[in-house]
Design a binder for this molecule. Structure first.
Ligand code: 3PG
Length: 400
């Protein structure tokens, strides 16, 4: 038997074959999983072989054929005519609630990822602009943490965000995470103050190599052979990029390497600390920022200090003008926002998906910073970066 869809002019038998044809038709519902067809009024079995003309399809409607008065499941509603009748009959195509939720979840993760990358690109651009005019990475790192802490305190006080319920044990387990986060953050910022943003991120794409080395040598973990093999392009690519970097600087290189190492420990401690805790990603990152701020401030004062900051600030203001203040605000606020979104997405996805997202993020930062700062880059250098990034991707696949 055949059916006729007015919009698409597709014909098909009203059977499993109907499902394929109909769902693949131009009615654009092919991505939604098909569960079963039900006739609303007389529950005629539509799998019976009768010719139907489908005249219109409307969006989701709620109808549950097991509980007449209590609609529950999302439906696509079609108006159809049996071939030999002139009166319309109503067909409701029921979609699984779970699939609908999954589609919404995929959309949510997509939005998280796009926001995370965009915020990260903006942070990196303003961070570098600030560091070019005001080369005080310890202070700029401190300001990023301070801005985030302040924003979250205001959000909690005004109830824009619900404050977390924490206890002493929570802060105790957060402490090693915060130490690692502080070291990783300051080291990356020092690196970016000395070398091109793209170079810092190329070296930072080597983080998986540090994860495997630390987990193998310090934690005694073993990995499948493909994981070890994926480290070859990562290490090789980073090495090629480093050796051929036109503006190589050892402090910049070491800063990125130290940041990699620190962030591996941050992830290990984070995983242990978060087990069984009910603090969500956004609040977890807020608490992390606050503790890191407390840890970093005395070191920033000791390493750079208010006198140097005051002179540097005046220089930057005279070079750039009042816009410089907005650059500082932008780098601080965007630092917090991108990290907050990344922690929120970590709540929703597996660490594997997260690491793929992080690799894609590096590509967007490398490419956009090369364009914006007109970073000179040799083809062999770009090749090294591409190999390292490919290795990172292979690593995430091998770890599955
Ligand atoms: C930082 O300043 O903390 C680094 O730029 C972080 O880098 P990542 O989040 O890209 O690893």
């Amino acid at each position: 038997m055949a059916c006729y869809a007015k919009q698409s002019y597709a014909t098909s038998t009203f059977s499993d074959h109907f499902q394929q044809q109909f769902l693949a038709s131009k009615l654009h519902i092919s991505s939604l999983p098909f569960k079963h067809l039900a006739l609303k009024n007389n529950k005629v079995d539509l799998l019976a072989r009768k010719l139907l003309y489908i005249s219109s399809v409307t969006g989701a409607k709620f109808f549950d054929d097991t509980k007449d008065s209590n609609p529950q499941y999302p439906l696509i509603q079609c108006k159809a005519y049996e071939a030999h009748r002139s009166q319309p009959i109503q067909i409701n195509i029921e979609f699984d609630q779970k699939a609908r939720e999954e589609a919404a979840q995929r959309l949510k993760i997509g939005v998280y990822f796009a926001t995370w990358w965009a915020l990260n690109v903006v942070f990196n651009i303003y961070n570098k602009k600030v560091l070019n005019a005001f080369p005080f990475p310890w202070l700029t790192s401190t300001l990023s943490l301070a801005a985030g802490s302040l924003m979250m305190l205001v959000s909690w006080a005004s109830r824009i965000a619900e404050p977390p319920k924490t206890d002493f044990q929570f802060w105790k387990t957060l402490f090693p995470v915060a130490v690692a986060h502080t070291i990783g953050h300051v080291a990356a910022t020092v690196s970016m103050s000395k070398v091109a943003v793209s170079f810092t991120h190329i070296i930072k794409s080597g983080e998986p190599a540090f994860t495997v080395l630390v987990s193998s040598f310090l934690l005694g973990e073993t990995f499948p052979l493909p994981v070890y093999l994926s480290l070859l392009p990562i290490i090789g690519g980073c090495a090629v990029a480093a050796v051929t970097e036109l503006n190589f600087n050892i402090t910049g290189f070491m800063g990125a390497m130290i940041s990699n190492l620190a962030f591996v420990f941050r992830n290990i401690f984070s995983k242990r600390g978060m087990k069984g805790k009910s603090v969500g990603g956004m609040n977890y990152y807020a608490c992390l920022s606050m503790m890191s701020l407390l840890i970093l401030t005395p070191f920033a004062i000791a390493v750079e200090g208010p006198q140097m900051w005051a002179i540097g600030w005046q220089n930057a203001l005279s070079q750039i003008g009042p816009n410089f203040i907005w650059w500082v605000v932008a780098q601080s606020v965007f630092y917090h926002l991108y990290n907050q979104v990344s922690y929120m997405s970590l709540n929703e996805i597996s660490p594997l998906t997260f690491s793929i997202g992080n690799t894609m993020k590096r590509i967007s930062v490398i490419v956009s910073s090369i364009i914006i700062f007109h970073t000179p880059i040799q083809p062999v250098n770009a090749l090294g970066a591409a190999i390292a990034i490919l290795g990172t991707f292979l690593y995430s696949q091998a770890k599955q």
